[in-house]
Design a protein around this ligand. Structure first.
Ligand SMILES: N[C@@H](CCC(=O)N[C@@H](CS)C(=O)NCC(=O)O)C(=O)O
Length: 235
């Protein structure tokens, strides 16, 4: 633990929200205890630590909980020494928070539609279109935010890099399961190069789950959802 600090992370291995917190802890070189939650049977510690949303991730620092992944990442950045995740400049911080929210609101929502939420082929196809729009929008954001450097945070790995990077295994899973390539260097060359660069980072290699494992997990979840829908009344 860092200088007597006790850190415990409640997460699940496939959750992009938990993965970005793992990235931040690794970037700062912090060691921590990790507890894998079973979301079908949440621990008392999770329920008492996040009574509002009852969701992972939760970071417990010296006995006090911090909830919501991007809030946790900012907390880690402010509470611990090491490479800065957010800029010292208020405007750059605001821009990073804007794009980190976009990554969850638009990008994550679109692959969730492709894999799970889309009930019909039309809904899934809308999810694919939304994913391409989100990637093209992020291509432009990367061009502006990176200022010719490698990351959304410029030279540094920033909040947006962590938010987007935490979804890489799921983006690849969406490609495997839909048979369509989303990360394309002909359409979004900066983003495709960013993804290569991010995947090679030690923090990414240590925390990103294996795509085959996520594909199996996604198939199981789809099967469970199909069984629940078939068993529901009015079917
Ligand atoms: N906005 C939250 C989302 C966290 C979230 O959706 N966590 C999911 C797992 S990926 C969860 O705990 N779900 C349990 C539930 O909804 O009961 C964050 O950024 O931390």
């Amino acid at each position: 633990m860092a200088g007597g600090d006790e850190l415990k992370l409640l997460g699940t291995w496939a959750s992009p929200f938990a993965i970005r917190v793992k990235f931040a802890l690794a970037l700062k070189g912090l060691s921590y205890e990790y507890a894998e939650e079973d979301l079908a049977s949440k621990s008392d510690l999770l329920l008492s630590s996040n009574p509002v949303h009852k969701k992972i991730p939760v970071l417990i620092h010296n006995g006090v909980p911090v909830c919501e992944s991007n809030v946790i990442v900012e907390y880690i950045d402010e509470a611990f020494a090491g490479p800065s995740i957010l800029s010292a400049d208020p405007y750059e911080r605001a821009i990073a928070r804007f794009w980190a929210a976009y990554v969850d609101d638009k990008l994550l929502a679109s692959w969730v539609t492709i894999l799970f939420r889309g009930k019909t082929e039309e809904e899934k196809s809308d999810g694919k279109k939304a994913l391409f729009v989100a990637l093209e929008t992020l291509e432009e954001a990367l061009a502006k935010c990176s200022d010719g450097q490698g990351f959304f945070g410029g030279d540094n790995i920033g909040l947006v890099d962590l938010a987007l990077g935490s979804q890489l295994s799921w983006l690849k899973t969406a490609e495997v399961m839909s048979g369509e390539k989303f990360i394309r260097s002909d359409k979004t060359p900066l983003l495709a190069a960013w993804m290569e660069r991010f995947s090679k980072l030690d923090v990414a290699k240590a925390a990103l789950p294996d795509v085959d494992r996520v594909v199996e997990f996604a198939k199981m979840r789809q099967a469970r959802m199909a069984a629940a829908a078939a068993a529901a009344p009015n079917n």
